[in-house]
Design a protein around this ligand. Structure first.
Ligand code: PMP
Ligand code: GLN
Length: 383
């Protein structure tokens, strides 16, 4: 987190967004949409501010948002969740992850099994707890874990199996075999499953399947999600975690000293969002799927090899056919060469495994169609 001389390393997202700003390049790096989400949600926040909902809300979250999260779990997944005891509102999925891992992990004897590449906060927060990260590789181009690799990684030292599905940065949606094996191994070794499902509504082929709904999983699974991606409100930082009351209690014990409470006017607004009709949720997936196809076609036309994602904001492309042998150098050069910013996959990989992902680059598709078309034109002209 901090270099030997005491300087803090900025996240790859901050570094690459700054590069986009200084070069004027199209930012397909950091995953945030460039258009507002549903009008009802934005209006509900304005109304809450006007009503005076501007002071500390309850620590667990407003009763209405807790109820809306529980209703959402029941409506989409048939999961019965007690809003008063089994849900906690957090400052985005980031705080939910941090509070969860800080609550569950206790130093170097504890291990966290995680699929690699992984979202950058995972390794940073695990480092804060002092626990050991045990990566299971996801390999180009399908990015599904090998079940034997997974079995080898999990042991009685495993305290947490951390699953991100749909997956950032690869866009993979795990197969039923992978999900079932995670549950079987967690039961066998008495581990807690922590799932990060922030892209739950951004899947392209089949409905999202939360691990918490699988037989045997509910009692040992904490499910994390966030309003940011679903409602295009990444700056509001409203997330949540749901699961068994005894685990939620432990997460709350940490959360109360991290942020205490979260954005009061945003909570009724996200409750409104979670209660939008099914058509809203279907349409955001359809729209993003079309953007994925547009971006993918543009990358192929420019000469990249592409791994088409089944979900998430992201598409991974191999720049080796364009002569790249180091994605970090390639991405630092890309704004000047093509006027586009992207993120090297090595940013999501532990140092000893970077060689395996050397030529892979992540592009974000969550941008306006005209922006993606412009990016495709620029990439085709540059290569
Ligand atoms: N997990 C994953 C996989 C993400 O991609 C992100 C950010 N986009 C987060 C967690 C953080 O979510 P939030 O902005 O709600 O904190
Ligand atoms: N989750 C988004 C991404 O992966 C944004 C992350 C961030 O800015 N910390 O790009």
């Amino acid at each position: 987190l901090v270099d030997a001389d005491g300087t803090m390393r900025p996240t790859v997202f901050a570094e690459m967004s700054a590069l986009a700003a200084t070069t004027g390049a199209i930012n397909l790096g950091q995953g945030f949409p460039d258009e507002d989400g549903p009008r009802e949600v934005l209006e509900a926040a304005r109304e809450a501010i006007a009503r005076g909902e501007n002071q500390y809300p309850p620590g667990r979250g407003t009763a209405d948002l807790l109820a809306a999260v529980a209703e959402h779990q029941e409506r989409f997944y048939g999961l019965a969740v007690d809003p008063a005891r089994e849900v906690l509102i957090t400052a985005g999925a980031t705080e939910a992850l941090a509070a969860t891992l800080l609550a569950l992990l206790d130093g170097p004897d504890d291990e966290v099994v995680v699929f690699e590449p992984f979202y950058d906060a995972y390794a940073a927060v695990v480092a804060l707890t002092g626990a050991r990260l045990v990566p299971v590789p996801l390999r180009w181009p399908a990015f599904q874990p090998d079940l034997d690799d997974l079995r080898r990684a999990v042991s009685d030292r495993t305290r947490v199996i951390l699953v991100n599905d749909p997956h950032n940065p690869t866009g993979a949606v795990f197969t039923a075999e992978v999900r079932d094996e995670v549950v079987r191994l967690a039961e066998h070794h008495d581990a807690v499953i922590v799932t990060d499902e922030v892209y739950e509504h951004l899947v392209f082929d089949a409905a999202h399947v939360p691990i918490a709904g699988l037989p045997g999983a509910r009692e040992r699974t904490l499910t994390i999600s966030s309003a940011g991606k679903t409602f295009s409100t990444t700056g509001w930082k409203i997330g949540w975690v749901s699961g068994p009351a005894r685990l939620i209690e432990a997460v709350l014990a940490v959360k109360q000293f991290l942020t205490y409470v979260n954005g009061s006017p945003f909570q009724p607004a996200i409750a409104t969002g979670l209660r939008l009709p099914d058509t809203f949720f279907a349409e955001i997936a359809t729209a993003l799927r079309a953007k994925r196809d547009l971006l993918g076609a543009g990358l192929v036309a420019a000469g990249f090899d592409v791994s088409p994602p089944a979900g998430s904001y992201f598409t991974v492309a191999d720049a080796a056919p364009l002569g790249a042998d180091d994605a970090g150098d390639f991405c630092r050069e890309l704004p000047r060469r093509a006027g586009v910013v992207a993120i090297p996959l090595t940013a999501f990989v532990s140092p000893e495994h970077r060689g395996d992902y050397r030529t892979l680059v992540r592009f974000a598709a969550c941008k306006r169609v005209d922006v993606l078309e412009d990016a495709a034109t620029r990439l085709a002209a540059a290569f």
